[in-house]
Design a protein around this ligand. Structure first.
Ligand code: ACM
Length: 495
């Protein structure tokens, strides 16, 4: 009798863990974002200190060495004939695609570009997390070209070292755009040659009245170079024509009445605007956008355009169109929040959908002009939303956002008529009204940052929250190593 019961029970267990053939389904490798194609094969190998990495140049090889050291403590070395090989192979899918194979003899990453190798290195780091690399063949490329994170350094300033740390965290999950929200009512964070008042006055405070700060031209370029080495494009945002109290407080001539307002340290929005029709306004935005464009390596400058309550549509359009012209005159492409869809957009523009305030209609207007879309729906990818009512920092105006909310959506079905072919990519946003320290940044970003990274990278058909949750949990062991203060979401069974 007992034997019969055992047989029945065993049969039940086999039937829930097996797929049709009767072989137990193999759990997915713990990789995030999950690659486009993964095939397990044969034996793998175990990493040992002193193992050699052979790469086409020392910079990309160095990323294997430093990454594996940070993740595992194992010290690899650069040299010839190593069992970890990176090579350039024009036959691979570019520009970010790569192929990674691992067997008992070692691992090889091939890509058409060094950028593709860099993405593959992040996969190798995850495979090597516990030092044993499984036998595998991975063929990978991203779903979307634009996989971004916005960091608001205006509401609370973050020093260069913190931004570099954020870049490292982004790079580990194959993100490739860092959108720096550099100016807002509460702070002006980048030096503009010839306009020192902007940083002397506008950079001198932040939300809550703290000391603020700003990046010198050299520091801004240092951030861009650090990001660039990691194949991350910095997109600077100068938010216009609203969100401009810091500029208005710095330069009295920008105000219609010529009187500068006090610096602002609260968290209201919508109350400030540049003065439409005043020659000083166009001179100012042309000067600022030119100086920023000149020092920006990537092809984009973001001109803001969100949440303007003080201007008529015509006044708004006049200033946004002046700003867009200043960007294209410097041979850069315009990026703007969705509201700019109401204005005439130059060819090559991108609009960023943030969902509220009539977002779909504005995006449809932009798309009708030929613009492409970056998806940043606030209820899914605004990382400053609390996870739940107990989260110690953050806001709730777009709801609370647990990790499954951030994960479980398809960018291509969000707005009717704006399908995959109109979408440039996905960008999460971390606004910092309530975010005071680097720990705060990390607590809100983790684990949602890797979740959104997978939305942007992995084919929709390969994604499910349950599989993602199972893959993500073991990855948290490296966050402990890196010292990341992450939210222990109840939706994940953490190790
Ligand atoms: C925004 O959240 N104001 C773009």
């Amino acid at each position: 009798m007992r034997v019969v019961w055992r047989r029945l029970l065993l049969g039940l267990v086999i039937s829930v863990t097996s797929c049709g053939s009767g072989t137990p389904a193999e759990p997915q490798l713990s990789l995030v974002p999950y690659p486009a194609s993964v095939t397990r094969q044969g034996e793998g190998f175990t990493l040992a200190s002193g193992d050699v990495v052979t790469a086409p140049d020392a910079t990309i090889g160095g990323f294997v060495v430093s990454g594996v050291l940070a993740d595992t403590g194992v010290e690899l070395a650069l040299g010839a004939g190593g069992r970890i090989k990176l090579d350039l192979d024009a036959a691979q899918a570019g520009p970010e695609g790569y192929e990674l194979t691992a067997d008992e003899n070692g691992a090889r990453i091939s890509a058409a570009t060094v950028e593709g190798l860099f993405r593959g290195v992040q996969t190798l780091r995850q495979l090597a997390r516990d030092r044993t690399v499984p036998g595998v063949r991975i063929s990978d490329r991203p779903r979307f070209r634009w996989r971004g994170a916005m960091l608001d350094v205006a509401r609370h300033f973050r020093p260069v070292e913190d931004v570099k740390r954020f870049i490292d965290l982004m790079a580990a999950y194959k993100l490739n755009v860092l959108h720096l929200h550099l100016t807002d009512d509460q702070g002006w964070r980048v030096a503009i040659p010839g306009r020192p008042e902007l940083t002397e006055v506008g950079g001198s405070t932040e939300v809550g009245g703290g000391p603020g700060g700003f990046y010198t031209v050299e520091q801004y370029m240092d951030i861009a170079a650090y990001a660039g080495l990691r194949f991350i494009t910095v997109v600077p945002e100068i938010d216009l024509p609203g969100h401009t109290n810091a500029a208005l407080a710095s330069l009295p001539e920008l105000n219609c009445d010529g009187v500068a307002p006090e610096p602002y340290t609260g968290i209201k929005v919508g109350f400030s605007a540049l003065c439409p029709g005043k020659p000083e306004t166009e001179r100012f935005l042309t000067k600022v956008l030119t100086e920023v464009a000149l020092r920006t390596v990537g092809p984009y400058v973001h001109i803001g355009g969100d949440e303007v309550e003080k201007l008529s549509d015509a006044e708004y359009a006049q200033i946004v169109e002046q700003a867009a012209h200043a960007v294209t005159a410097n041979r850069k492409q315009v990026v703007a929040w969705q509201e700019a869809g109401k204005t005439a957009l130059p060819p090559g523009s991108l609009v960023q959908y943030w969902q509220t305030n009539g977002g779909p209609e504005d995006v449809e207007r932009a798309v009708a002009q030929g613009a492409r879309v970056i998806m940043s729906p606030a209820s899914k990818v605004y990382l400053d939303m609390k996870y739940d009512d107990t989260t110690r920092i953050g806001q709730t105006w777009a709801g609370t956002t647990e990790i499954d909310d951030a994960y479980d959506w398809d960018p291509a079905t969000l707005i009717d008529g704006v399908g995959e072919d109109r979408i440039e990519g996905v960008e999460m946003a971390l606004w910092t009204e309530t975010v005071v320290t680097l720990d705060d940044v990390e607590h809100l970003a983790f684990p949602r940052l890797p979740a959104v990274a997978e939305v942007a990278w992995t084919p929709q058909g390969e994604r499910s929250f349950d599989a993602f949750a199972a893959r993500l949990a073991p990855i948290a062991t490296v966050w402990d190593r890196w010292g990341v203060d992450y939210h222990r979401s109840p939706r994940i069974t953490w190790p």
